[in-house]
Structure formats: C-alpha cells, structure tokens
Write a protein that binds this ligand. Structure first.
Ligand code: GTP
Ligand code: MG
Length: 229
C-alpha cells in the first residue's frame, strides 16, 4: 500500500534540539573560526537533510498516487492541506541551506568574536524558520499516522465488498471463500475495521472485503444497542 512505509515525522522542536546538540558536539572538537563554521554547517545540514527526507518519503500526489487512494486519503485528511504543508517543509529546507551558506561566508570574513555572533544569529534564524513550519510538520505527522493504516486494496484488481446488517454471517462467508480467518462471533459488531481477503477464479484474482455491520441509523445509537439477537 502506497502510504504503508511512511516514516514517523519529526516535530520542529525535536529537530532543532537534535541539530543544535550535534552542532555543539562538532564545535567542541575545533577552535576559533573553524569551531563556529563547523557548528553552523552541522546544524544547517541536520535540519535541511531531515526536512528534505520528510518530503521525499511521500509519493507525488500529482503523479504517483492512484485516483482510488487519492480519494480515499482525501476522505480522511485534507490532501490539499497536506501538499501545501509538504511544499512549506521543502521551502524551509532550502531556506536553511541558504542561511547556512550566507553565514558561512560571514563567519569567514569576520574576526573571532564576530564569527561567534554570526553563528548565533544564524541559529536564531534557523530556529525561526523551524518555528514557522511546526504546524506543517504536525499536520504531515498526523496525516501519516492516519494514512499508514489504510487497507491494502489493489485498484487494478476486481473487488467484492460484503456489506450488510450486523451478525448476518458476512465474516463467516468471507472466511469460507478465502483463506482468511476473520473473527466470527454470535453477537453483532464483531468486525471493527475493513478486512481484505483474496481468491482466484479463472486466473483472475479477486479481492473480497469484509466490513463492519451496517444499520440504517447513526453509528452512535448502534454501539449502545444491547448486542443480542
Ligand atoms: N446457522 C447459521 N449461522 C451462521 C451462518 N453464517 C454465520 N453464522 C453465524 O452467525 C453469527 C455471526 O457471524 P459473523 O460472520 O460474525 O457475522 P457478521 O455479519 O460478520 O457480523 P458483524 O461483523 O458483527 O457485522 C456467528 O455465530 C456465525 O457462526 C450460517 O450460514 N448459518
Ligand atoms: Mg463480521
């Protein structure tokens, strides 16, 4: 499934902590200008690399995402908002690289005291960029957590959806025609999520989808019903 392998998304503060602590370790190994430059490059690289990794771990919604998964994702999260967040994070990654390069030059052209001031100013500006994308990173992380658990439906294979009233034997039927062992019980609302099984007939692979029982009333009253036939 296209969203299955998405890695966890770091938070802004988490990345800033990681970048600045790596930077101070790098700085301790050196003296004077070299220490400041090394700190700056380390922090800049950690931030820009991690941000870029967040963005490239996602498929391109314009090209790589099948319309089925695009619509499914859009029913759960706001795909436009997600794409905006991803482009903001890419922007931030570039912005931090620019700051790294701009301040590297400044450090090289300054005296030792000035070099330290420039490095501090660069860190403050990087932290500011990270602050500006903290909501975007959070939105990307939440989206990832929700999309990652979508069922593995192949848009190019025929699918049969078994839907109906609770406790009528949907799961029992799906288990009989596939090798699935979905939970079967003598009370309603046994099946909670969507389960996918497969069978083959005349060399065609079919997907068969077991679903939770449906009632023609809202789910809130369904879950409070007594559960006896
Ligand atoms: N007599 C009889 N009982 C069946 C048959 N199929 C299923 N059952 C029983 O009906 C009960 C419900 O079966 P499930 O397969 O869990 O029903 P379901 O539609 O998946 O139920 P939910 O997931 O809760 O909506 C179980 O006790 C099954 O053993 C059948 O063909 N005949
Ligand atoms: Mg069931």
């Amino acid at each position: 499934m296209i969203f299955e392998g998405l890695p966890t998304t770091p938070r802004s503060e988490e990345l800033v902590d990681k970048a600045f602590s790596r930077a101070s370790r790098a700085g301790r190994a050196k003296r004077g200008h070299e220490a400041q430059e090394s700190m700056l490059r380390t922090a800049g690289n950690v931030l820009s690399d991690n941000l870029e990794n967040v963005v490239v771990s996602w498929p391109d919604f314009g090209f790589d995402v099948d319309p089925f998964y695009y619509e499914l994702a859009d029913a759960i999260i706001d795909v436009d908002r997600l794409r905006q967040a991803l482009s903001q994070v890419m922007w931030a990654s570039r912005q931090i690289e620019d700051l790294r390069d701009e301040y590297t030059t400044k450090i090289r052209n300054a005296d030792v005291d000035g070099a330290r001031k420039h490095r501090k100013q660069a860190f403050a500006r990087m932290a500011d960029v990270m602050d500006q994308i903290s909501d975007d990173l959070r939105y990307i992380g939440d989206s990832r957590d929700q999309l990652k658990i979508l069922p593995d439906v192949r848009p190019d294979e025929p699918a049969i959806v078994v839907a109906g009233y609770p406790n009528v034997g949907k799961s029992a039927f799906v288990n009989r025609v596939t090798r699935a062992s979905n939970e079967i019980a003598e009370y309603p609302f046994t099946t909670k999520g969507v389960q996918i099984g497969h069978f083959e007939r005349n060399h065609v692979r079919y997907q068969i989808v077991d679903t939770p029982g449906l009632l023609d009333r809202p789910a809130t009253s369904a879950t409070t019903s007594s559960g006896r036939r």
